[in-house]
Design a protein around this ligand. Sequence first.
Ligand code: BGC
Ligand code: BGC
Length: 603
Amino acid sequence: MLCLGALICLIGAPAHQTRSLASFDPQVNALLEKMTLDEKVGQMTQPDQSFLASDADIVRYYLGSVLSGGDSDPKAGNSLEAWTNLIDRYQKRALETRLAIPLLYGVDAVHGHNNVLGAVIFPHDIGLGCARNPALVERIERITALEVRATGINWAFAPCVAVPRDIRWGRTYEGFAEEPDGVKELGAAAVRGLQGGNLADPLSVLACAKHYAGDGGTAYGSSTLGPHLLDQGDTRLDEKTLRAIHLQGYITAIRAGVGSIMPSYSSWNGVKCSASKRLLTGILKDELGFQGFVISDYGAIDELPGDYKHKIAASINAGMDMVMVPARYQEFIASLKQSAEDGTVPMERINDAVRRILRVKFAMGLMGKNHSQLANRALWKQFGSPAHRAVARDAVRQSLVLLKNSHGTLPLAKSLKRIHVGGKSADNIGNQCGGWTITWQGASGNATPGGTTILEGIRQAVSKDTQVTFAVDGKGAEGADAGVVVIGETPYAETNGDRRDLHLAAEDVAAVENMKAAGIPVVVVLISGRPMIVDGVIEKADAFLAAWLPGTEGEGVTDVLFGDYKPTGKLSFSWPRTMAQVGVHRGDANYHPLFPYGYGLTY
Ligand code: BGC
Ligand code: BGC
């Protein structure tokens, strides 16, 4: 790679892939020459399966791709088998088309194959940012790819390489860090893990770096979504700053060979990224040399100005290659075809878009005569397996950040006579997992089978003579040797997670106070998608552990509570003392947070 100054790098063949995507152009161009306009437009169209009028539409419209959004389970139900059957059925349909071009099937596998019941759920990226271990991230994504492939799916809308600058944003937890360094390093590791050394490896999936560019930099209050605050808002930065903070993750993802990139719903200085020729064509393709394809966000082009035909043309002409429509695919296809015919969208642009999509399909080996398009069901036995859960447990313990540990409260002895556990998230897999888990927004409670809550982890870790008692409100701790209170946020995802106020809920404060009233040492474990305002509570706690959204393997938390793993995690976000300090970062004049970026104790 040739770097001109710190920010502008010319990227040639990616470091982790044997062949560049453009090297497939001889085969791609030969196929492209045979294609009709209908076939080309079909490749550029991605409906959500829940809106597909019939399977036959895959054939009728020559569809190139289908997705499942966050709430889009197979109609036959949410099971490994139903997912696999669905994808196989669709691929068989794609093979009935004249040119038999297989589908790319996309899904948000953002912390494991998180839409599917029983998949192992890894910590959300914020926790992995605190672990800051690229080899671990690569291992996690190899496992995620394998679980995704077990269902026949071949594309993950991950990693998110956002650099969240304001923790009131509801997608903060999808980002590794508030500074670009961690994002650069871990985003590339995630691409390597998902795509493997070679996209054609049957255990690899296509990765998608998102959301390009500046999704984490929107101005507070600039959201176009009515009552929401930051999500899908406007990033008001000069180009130099945008590059220095928000483009870094794309540069390393491209070097790692990422095959797809998703533009952000948000705007850059008032221009929607989905229609920014400067971002999509000028910077991404021409300057950074991205050879893969650009996939719109879910219905993102509907948010552009003008009628539907104008929206589509504006986005495609700006450089969008495939559109996640996700519902109005017939209308999209008719309109794009018309624009191609009347010259609103030049044929050259259509050909470029389809060429990019086909490059990826060739690189993935999908076009090979002997390549089976059907799922390898032998992989089912590894789905959610103990071996995968062991890696997730290791990820959890590496992601925890110990923020306070007075007079050696941690580690707790496993031989204590009695431990009292409290808090609404002590026995709650759904809260541990957060959003993008089984459903789009996630849900409290028994969200998915196969994991371990923190309470269960404590019961398993202690000696057989130790009594573990539990009360959600933390009452009844009198006489215990120690208390553990697990509190924090309940699940949310994009949009719904934007918050004006990040103080702890009253019931959480009360649970800590009730526990403390018994006069015993109290450990507080915070489950949250971001730092919260913990002033007042942290003073009452003897030890305080930030656990982020650890996922299904609660034993990773107990490993740190009981000394099986000495804490190593360091904050990848600044931790404000007050709401007024939100948005303050290292290097700012008034940088006096409660805990600075990089903070983290051990014992
Ligand atoms: C999100 C993306 C996601 C897509 C598909 C959008 O609303 O912004 O991150 O990949 O939906 O579910
Ligand atoms: C879908 C998500 C999508 C969102 C966008 C939801 O209904 O399940 O995947 O990101 O809509 O608004």
